[in-house]
Design a protein around this ligand. Structure first.
Ligand code: B16
Ligand code: MG
Length: 223
């Protein structure tokens, strides 16, 4: 059994699906008669679909019955899936494939740890599903990030102690979840926003073999 395991968030780490989530939420907001900006969409990153709709309705100052709420959740997702349908491997973010390939060659177990309920079809579309030993996503959790549940389930599946898990995340809530799980957190994106991460990179092009080798067989020191 490997000592270490690697866990990848999906949206914002492997692919930029945030732009499609944005378009689908914007379409719904416009239909309901209000604007939804890209800046407001920042609040939705790493957040569950249900929580996103609650925030959207707050922005539009709209009250909804449970039935209406559920119908809008379905409508947004169906719209989102139309964008996903057109995705292919060209949408994989730079050097993600290189890092996955390196870990695979080193026989390091890999899990997804995402809030999305659409993770599997997205990984299939971009032809990365075969790299993942386990998929832990929005279908497996009851508590959303920053709760560590998604990453703790991934660690259990990987058969690796939490402190020996490495998490790649682009959302503040995701970094907090990884830290709460006592895992090594790596922020992908703006280091000023992801300042709670153990390590920060703008993207995977900055992550070299020496750094990855250093992570393998390392473990998180007590914070
Ligand atoms: P779905 P991640 C998250 O993915 C997105 O960042 C977030 O914007 C989205 O609302 C959430 O998945 C749920 O997605 O509607 O597809 O179930 O960053 O955790 O991979
Ligand atoms: Mg994300």
């Amino acid at each position: 059994m490997s000592k270490n395991g690697f866990i990848f968030d999906l949206d914002g780490v492997i692919v930029d699906t945030a732009k499609y989530h944005y378009l689908a939420w914007k379409n719904l907001a416009n239909e309901l008669g209000f604007e939804f900006t890209e800046q407001q969409n920042e609040l939705f990153k790493g957040v569950s679909r249900k929580r996103c709709l609650e925030i959207l309705l707050d922005i539009g100052e709209i009250e909804a019955s449970q039935e209406q709420f559920d119908a809008w959740m379905i409508e947004k997702n169906e719209d989102y899936l139309k964008y996903i349908e057109k995705m292919d491997a060209s949408e994989i973010l730079p050097d993600v494939s290189r890092v996955l390939e390196f870990l695979k060659k080193r026989q390091i177990p890999i899990s997804l740890g995402s809030a999305s309920k659409n993770a599997r079809p997205i990984l299939e579309k971009v032809e990365l599903l075969h790299y993942f030993d386990f998929i832990v996503d929005g279908n497996n959790v009851t508590k959303a990030k920053p709760d560590p549940e998604v990453f703790l389930i991934a660690a259990e599946k990987l058969g690796v102690h939490s402190k020996n898990c490495v998490v790649f995340e682009d959302a503040v809530a995701g970094i907090q979840a990884a830290n709460a799980a006592k895992m090594i957190s790596i922020g992908i994106g703006d280091s000023a926003i992801l300042s709670e991460a153990d390590y920060n990179f703008n993207d995977f092009t900055e992550i070299d073999v020496d750094f990855l080798e250093g992570l393998i067989n390392s473990n998180k020191m007590k914070r």
